[in-house]
Write a protein that binds this ligand. Structure first.
Ligand code: SPQ
Length: 729
């Protein structure tokens, strides 16, 4: 990338940048500049091979450098900019590694009047208590975040170079507004450092200090680890960001005073609530952090094999979401069994905890919800992060529109690009106040109101999420809210509301609700998710010599399109032990191998199998003749564009799959149906699992990238699939 990188300040961060740049072959030559007082450190850096040369003269150091990175404490930035000014070169890219950004840009402005366009402020969020070049390591930034805070005038070319540089080092690059960066870091890093330094200072000065340190193995040691950080650097950081820090310290003082009062007043319940909220918030934060920082998961499937055995796939995702929502609004304690312990349903669960609902579990699929009643939710302290889950966001927007408080709904990259106008537009006609992005996507800023008015809404698309959203809003609206659907969609919301004693009327294509009802706690047994069972229904059908029984699967008629379509194609699926559990039909499904034939999929079945098309495309590839899907445009706005992404992957695997605007045409083959190759799931759980199933009929191995989101709906997929015989690693 560069001919010569000059690092100004070769300590832990500068040294680690130099080592990583060298390791990844990003520069022919790496040099450092330092002061005379740091001569030992500089020569040690040279000895260790971290740099090729060092200089005590800035002019010589930056001569011919096409990249200069300032890694000094933020307090000396202004001085460094002044030294660099006479030699500033418009063809060089400049950046830094300071922990505060407003102060760095202010330093640049004070020297240059305007921030030079080729200076891109950066903050690698990685560090250790150790300092100096000796502590530097090659992988300090591996999979760590680097925040860039470019400004309007920043050069795109320089910005792109810095982005590429950090990405090639292995970091995850994000961009933020300068002030936002400083506010976020004040809370997540600077305040915790102040606390750790203050606590050690306080306790260390006590007479019994020897005792304290002697018995300080547990909490004290963990909590104060960061007080071992470099004091000079941290004085600089705290001074530079005091504007953001001081209000936080004041808030903390109020919080501590509150805790003190609770102790004085013996309010153990309030203390418990504070601790449990914090405990759960931390758990959620760890999960989010794990997800956002986790390495991407790749599946590899060896070709061939059969599926044999009996399994129970996890609980229904749609019903798990709804059990939390309605259980929270109910009066009394709701017990749920069979709950889906996976990221999407947990996002909903965490959202309700954040709104003051006490929810125990999930433990072995059991969840206990201490309902707060229809008007008992509380304003969450933070935006509600809903991960990858479209159901959570769309249903919650209806439910929250009629609350007496405001909320913000956010999600991951995929969820933030999915259309939300389909819910915000009808909600607006009910009087809801929801602000989305200009293109109608999340984050959604909901200003709660108690003056929602009922509407009659003819849904333009067959969507259970839109229907459910409006029914939930209808629980808070004046008058009778009715929703008609152009084709039947899953009706779990209606069934479950009735199960909680809240009247929803169904008449043909119309569902109707008003605000007069109340929910009474009940027990819910969530059956296995037919959408997860679908992978094995298809797998056992297309793989020779297969015989699988899927236990306790929900066969609500609004979900069984997969069985109908596969049977039309010639699949051998038996429905055994049909029974009704908690108002939902349930059965065991027995499936054996059979040769499929291509069909024109009846459009009436499309909404009843909407989530199963990715795996149905795999079935179609193995069927004799052509399979044609039409009327399935909705597939383009799921976790990814499921028509395009499946067509791309199938073509890579040698399948003749032609995407159309609203479906796909696949020419299936009875032998050598699917080849091997590498496909990308685009972070969509159902695409990842569908291509895994394709391995059963592939002629060579299939590698599927980006499979981490399988955890959103089916974390046990790999274990259950391999248990049945899929050769998946
Ligand atoms: O929750 P999310 O992300 O929208 O999940 C999906 C899925 O494949 O898991 C869709 F991508 O399922 C939806 C389904 O497609 C779940 C759902 C529900 O629980 O109400 C309804 C369907 O969506 P829609 O848009 O047709 O209403």
């Amino acid at each position: 990338m560069f001919n010569k990188i000059c690092i100004i300040g070769i300590g832990l961060i500068g040294g680690s940048i130099a080592r990583a740049a060298r390791e990844h072959g990003l520069s022919d030559c790496i040099v450092a500049y330092g002061r005379k007082s740091g001569l030992d450190n500089l020569s040690r850096a040279k000895e260790l091979g971290v740099i090729d040369a060092y200089y005590l003269d800035i002019e010589a150091a930056v001569k011919d450098a096409d990249c200069v990175i300032i890694c000094t404490p933020v307090g000396v930035m202004q001085q460094i900019f002044s030294m660099l000014k006479p030699f500033w070169n418009e063809h060089t890219v400049y950046s830094d590694a300071g922990s505060t950004k407003a102060s760095v840009l202010a330093a640049a402005r004070s020297v240059f009047t305007e921030v030079p366009t080729n200076f891109i402020a950066a903050h690698p969020i990685a560090g250790a208590e150790n300092s100096g070049v000796e502590a530097s390591v090659v992988d300090l930034f591996d999979n760590k975040r680097v925040v860039l805070t470019p400004i309007k005038s920043s050069s795109t070319d320089a910005l792109n170079k810095i982005i590429t540089f950090w990405r090639r080092i292995g970091a995850q690059v994000t961009q933020m507004e300068v002030d936002h960066h400083d506010a976020v870091l004040a809370a997540t890093s600077h305040l915790p450092h102040i606390l750790a330094f203050a606590l050690v200072d306080l306790l260390g000065k006590k007479d019994e200090q020897v005792e304290i340190f002697k018995y300080a193995a547990g909490g004290f040691k963990d909590f104060t680890r960061i007080a071992s950080s470099d004091p000079t650097m941290w004085v600089d950081i705290c001074m530079a960001n005091k504007q953001e820090l001081i209000p936080l310290i004041q808030q903390l003082q109020i919080k501590l005073a509150g805790m003190e009062q609770m102790l004085l007043d013996q309010q153990s319940q309030q203390i418990f609530e504070t601790f449990s909220y914090a405990n759960q918030a931390r758990q959620r934060f760890l999960t989010q952090l794990d997800n956002s920082m986790s390495q991407s998961i790749t599946f590899n499937v060896q070709p061939g094999g059969s599926l044999r055995g009996e399994i129970r796939v996890p609980g229904d995702k749609s019903m798990s979401h709804r059990s939390i929502m309605l259980g929270s609004l109910a009066e009394g304690v709701t017990h749920v069994t069979g709950f889906l312990d996976a990221e999407d349903a947990l996002a909903t669960l965490q959202a309700f905890r954040a709104m003051g609902v006490t929810i125990e579990g999930p433990k072995n699929g059991e969840v206990t919800i201490h309902g707060v009643g229809k008007h008992g939710l509380q304003e969450p302290k933070e935006p509600l992060y809903l991960g990858n889950s479209g159901t959570s966001m769309r249903l919650l927007s209806g439910l929250l529109a009629g609350q007496s408080f405001n909320t913000v709904l956010t999600g991951d990259e995929s969820l933030s690009s999915r259309p939300m106008k389909r819910v915000t537009a009808p909600l607006a006609t009910m009087g809801a106040n929801i602000k989305a992005q200009d293109d109608g996507t999340a984050p959604l800023h909901i200003t709660g109101t108690n003056s929602l008015k009922a509407i009659h809404y003819d849904m333009p698309m067959a969507s259970a999420q839109v229907k459910s959203c409006l029914l939930l809003a209808g629980m808070y609206a004046e008058g009778e809210t009715t929703v008609t659907e152009p084709a039947p969609t899953r009706d779990h919301t209606e069934r479950m509301l009735n199960g909680f004693g809240y009247r929803v009327q169904r008449e043909g294509d119309k569902a109707q609700i008003d605000s007069t009802g109340k929910l009474t706690a009940c027990t819910i047994d969530v059956p296995s998710d037919i959408s997860s069972a679908a992978f094995f229904l298809v797998g056992a059908t297309i793989a020779e010599n297969s015989d699988v029984t899927l236990k306790h699967v929900g066969i609500n008629p609004t979900r069984t399109g997969i069985i109908d379509i596969l049977r039309l194609m010639g699949a051998n699926i038996e429905i055994l032990n049909e029974r009704t559990v908690g108002g939902e039909p349930v059965a065991d499904l027995h499936v054996q191998s059979s040769q499929l034939k291509g069909i024109d999929i009846p459009e009436a079945l499309v909404p009843l199998a909407i989530d199963e098309f990715p795996v149905l495309f795999i079935a179609a590839a193995c069927a004799e003749g052509q399979t044609r899907l039409t009327g399935a445009k909705e597939l383009r706005v799921k976790e990814c564009d499921r028509i395009q992404v499946m067509a791309d992957g199938l073509q890579i695997l040698g399948v003749d799959a032609q995407p159309t605007e609203d479906g796909m045409v696949i020419q299936g083959k009875t032998t050598d149906a699917i080849g091997g190759g590498e496909v990308i799931s685009h972070g969509d759980h159902r695409i990842a699992m569908s291509f895994s199933i394709a391995g059963l009929r592939a002629t060579d191995s299939i590698t599927i990238h980006d499979c981490e989101n399988v955890n959103t709906s089916f974390p046990e997929f790999r274990n259950l699939a391999t248990h049945l015989g899929l050769k998946l690693t």
